[in-house]
Design a binder for this molecule. Structure first.
Ligand code: LLP
Length: 404
């Protein structure tokens, strides 16, 4: 995203042109931002040479997955749909890990049939089922076991996954019990210890604690894990208050950890790859001037982009055309949906706006379109991919005829 003569551009294309051509609301991705995020991610961890598996749940557009695949990246999937999509995008099956707390029989069977790298299991019953299916198929399956390290990721509580009261993973005691139980299984290879303590984590410290717990658990298990899957979770800068995640520090603590452990590190980043690579283009329908607030009623709503309504998260909003005139009054950017939480942002001042002006909601590439819905029977937005000066529709705007 950049401004040229006070006009918003995505790569070399003006936001106005995109909105005019494809309408609003539309998700608009910068391919080269995604690519540079991947290059930077790899660069930061070059010294540990990890396997990077993109968390498909953060963005499951097949065209984006195909681009990610070209950069030699694997996939972290959590459902049959995501697994089939990753394979369809051409992602190497030996770079696919299947995570999730409740994989069903069909999903486990598919993962086994497709010979993916790892099924990361999260409960004893699930491991029993994997073993049962593997036995029927006369196969030996590579699994990971997810540890719940009881670490507070100090992120948004609603997206924390690594505390003992979260549903994810196994407690240390159960983890050790399971490793012992299945170590000699004829149908299971315990290849991996996996963790994922949360998302939008901005400090390396929870990861440091997590690695300490992993170290101690490995020692107690007396087992060699070929892989340690550290999950994703690295935070991005949504606004000026967000701390920038210290990759160098994280890399150096992992490097230290690896001195005592000969193992391959896996990462499952989602947000850090696609989060800041998209804008949601929207138009001002109406401006309603109340006593102390200007309500800016947009044509985008919580069904198009859920994060503010769901987590109270803050996403910057910028105008297509910069205007130096600032209105010092509270502005609330809201959608047309019949819910009070259908609100994107509330700020004390904003540049002067008029009805029909266009705006962009920032950093919506991760957990944006994937969380959209048809609430209020609204159609889902289109998705556009920008590569320098070229524009490609990667999802057509949904038509009412398809949902009525
Ligand atoms: N691996 C596992 C097992 C996960 O559960 C997740 C995310 C990831 C990797 C990727 O995490 P990331 O690098 O993207 O932080 N909808 C929420 C986020 C939910 C995250 C769920 N798990 C949001 O919009 O903030």
């Amino acid at each position: 995203m950049n401004y040229r003569n006070n006009n918003l551009y995505i790569e070399n294309v003006s936001a106005q042109k995109i909105a005019k051509k494809f309408g609003t609301p539309s998700y608009c991705y910068s391919l080269n931002k995604i690519k540079s995020n991947i290059r930077n991610f790899k660069k930061k961890f070059r010294s540990i040479d990890p396997l990077v598996c993109f968390a498909v749940k953060s963005n499951s557009n097949i065209q984006i997955l195909k681009e990610i695949k070209k950069m030699n990246i694997g996939a972290d999937v959590v459902s049959k749909g995501e697994l089939l999509l990753a394979l369809k995008a051409g992602i190497n099956k030996k770079k696919i890990v299947f995570s999730g707390v409740g994989k069903n029989h069909e999903e486990i069977q598919l993962a086994i049939n497709k010979n993916i790298l790892l099924i990361n299991a999260e409960s004893e019953s699930e491991i029993d089922l994997i073993q049962k299916i593997a036995k029927i198929k006369k196969k030996k399956i590579n699994i990971g076991i997810r540890l719940n390290p009881n670490i507070d990721s100090r992120s948004i509580r609603k997206i924390s996954t690594g505390k003992k009261d979260d549903k994810f993973g196994l407690t240390e005691k159960n983890f050790l019990k399971i490793v012992k139980k299945y170590k000699t299984s004829k149908h299971l290879n315990i290849k991996c210890l996996s963790v994922h303590i949360g998302s939008q984590i901005t400090s390396y410290k929870p990861y440091e604690k997590m690695l300490k717990v992993i170290k101690s658990v490995i020692k107690k298990s007396n087992h060699n894990f070929d892989y340690i899957d550290l999950g994703g979770g690295m935070g991005i800068k949504y606004n000026n208050d967000t701390k920038i995640f210290n990759y160098n520090k994280y890399n150096s603590i992992i490097k230290k950890f690896l001195i005592g452990h000969k193992t391959k590190i896996i990462f499952e980043p989602g947000r850090s790859i696609v989060g800041d690579a998209a804008l949601l283009l929207t138009k001002v329908l109406y401006i309603k001037k109340a006593n102390k607030i200007n309500f800016i009623i947009l044509d985008a709503a919580m069904n198009d982009f859920m994060r503010p309504a769901l987590y109270g998260s803050t996403h910057r909003i910028v105008a297509f055309k910069k205007n130096k005139k600032i209105i010092k009054k509270r502005h609330e950017f809201v959608g047309p949906i019949c819910e009070t939480t259908d609100k994107f942002l509330s700020i004390p001042k904003f540049q002067m706006l008029n009805e029909k002006d266009c705006l962009a909601i920032c950093d919506v590439g991760a957990y944006g379109m994937v969380l959209s819905s048809n609430y209020n029977l609204r159609t889902k937005p289109s998705e556009i991919l920008i590569n320098k000066s070229s524009l490609k529709v990667i999802t057509k705007r949904q038509k009412l005829i398809n949902i009525i």
